[in-house]
Design a protein around this ligand. Structure first.
Ligand SMILES: C[S@@+](CC[C@H](N)C(=O)[O-])C[C@H]1O[C@@H](n2cnc3c(N)ncnc32)[C@H](O)[C@@H]1O
Length: 348
């Protein structure tokens, strides 16, 4: 009996020894599986529709490593892992639309390439005064940002583009929002507002207003039952009565789609609608000064292949100076994989 007990306790001690390394290995395996799956999808979609020559392979290798590191970092926290899993379960609603769109989308992009066309016409179906720069098929999407199909497939497109790190990057912004339900928050260019579900699951249950130019993206946000007031509005001209209204303004991945004058107007408007001392959380792509040589090389390909006509200009824009012109001071800058997060404060 004594012998059996001591053998058992020895075996348990040996198991204990394995537990620690196993708990380190499992998250890595999980991250590698996730990143590998998405990177595989991205590479196959790219190779079947776009020229791959000229893109530095070191860029893909480093991006893979960057996506892995971000996955391992965020997924190591059980609360964030659970919130992410919940948000990604929600993405399953739009998966059938994405899968049904893959072949027609690849075919359309391929035909565009064959005909050497940089852009296809985008037809508004309402009389909203869209700015000219918006009538572009960004990311080669069907009818640009104006079709429900592009709105419902958007999260999956960027999921492949960022090797599964789309929601992990936005987690950086969510981390900066205090928990609770007491803030008046404006999300500028909210799109389908997918990140709001992720924020809600993490007890950021504030009063949200989302604005976007696209009625279809707003429709997608409504179909996803986002708890926010959703309004079709040009971020260059927000409501006059909003002056000084919001405690917090968020803006994710808008500026790289804007020409310089529009960036200036949107920065001015975001500053205007913030209360004095209020915070702007701004996330967008990394820029030239943040990027390695291979990343800088990839900027050019991204601009051309993903039809992002203002991307390179954006990468050279001095954001702290742009915001400072409108009374917004950068307090902190953090890189989140292929994006960066700026925390800015409006002067009192
Ligand atoms: C790349 S998406 C980002 C969506 C969202 N913020 C996210 O977290 O994924 C860019 C969004 O900006 C919107 N947009 C572009 N120009 C705009 C403008 N001047 N005013 C308001 N929304 C605009 C587009 O319709 C699109 O939904």
């Amino acid at each position: 009996m004594t012998h059996a007990t001591s053998t058992l306790s020895r075996s348990l001690a040996q198991l204990e020894q394995f537990r620690a390394p196993l708990s380190q290995v499992l998250p890595r395996l999980r991250s590698a599986g996730r990143v590998g799956l998405h990177a595989g999808g991205l590479m196959s979609a790219w190779a079947s529709a776009l020229p791959v020559d000229g893109v530095d392979l070191a860029f893909f290798k480093n991006s893979f490593a960057g996506a892995m590191a971000l996955h391992a970092r965020v997924l190591a926290d059980p609360d964030k892992r659970e919130a992410l899993a919940q948000a990604e379960r929600e993405d399953l609603f739009t998966l059938p639309v994405f899968l049904a769109s893959v072949l027609p989308d690849l075919w359309r992009i391929r035909s565009k390439q064959r005909e050497e066309r940089q852009r296809l016409p985008v037809e508004p179906r309402d009389v909203f005064p869209y700015p000219d720069y918006y009538l572009n098929d960004f990311h080669n999407q069907a009818n640009g940002g104006l079709s429900l199909r592009s709105a419902l497939t958007y999260e999956w497109q960027i999921r492949l583009l960022f090797m599964g790190a789309n929601r992990l990057m936005r987690q950086g912004l969510i981390d900066q929002i205090p928990e609770g339900d007491y803030l008046d928050v404006l999300d500028v260019a909210c799109g389908p507002a997918t990140w709001l579900g992720q924020a809600w699951a993490q007890n950021r249950r504030h009063r949200y207003t989302g604005i976007d130019l696209s009625p279809s993206y707003l429709e997608a946000a409504r179909l996803l039952r986002r708890k926010a007031t959703l309004l079709q509005m040009n971020a260059e001209r927000m409501l006059p009565e909003w002056t000084g209204r919001f405690d917090l303004v968020t803006c994710i991945w808008l500026f790289h789609e804007l020409p310089g004058e529009a960036m200036e107007c949107v920065a001015a408007e975001m500053a205007r609608v913030l209360e004095p001392g209020g915070t702007l959380l701004f996330m967008d792509a990394i820029q030239e000064a943040d990027a390695t040589e291979e990343e800088q090389g990839a900027f050019r390909h991204f601009q051309v292949y993903f039809n992002e006509p203002y991307f390179e200009d954006y990468t050279r824009t001095d954001l702290p100076e742009l915001f400072a012109r409108h009374g917004l001071r950068v307090e902190r800058t953090e890189r989140w994989f292929m994006s960066k997060l700026l925390t800015l404060r409006k002067e009192e």
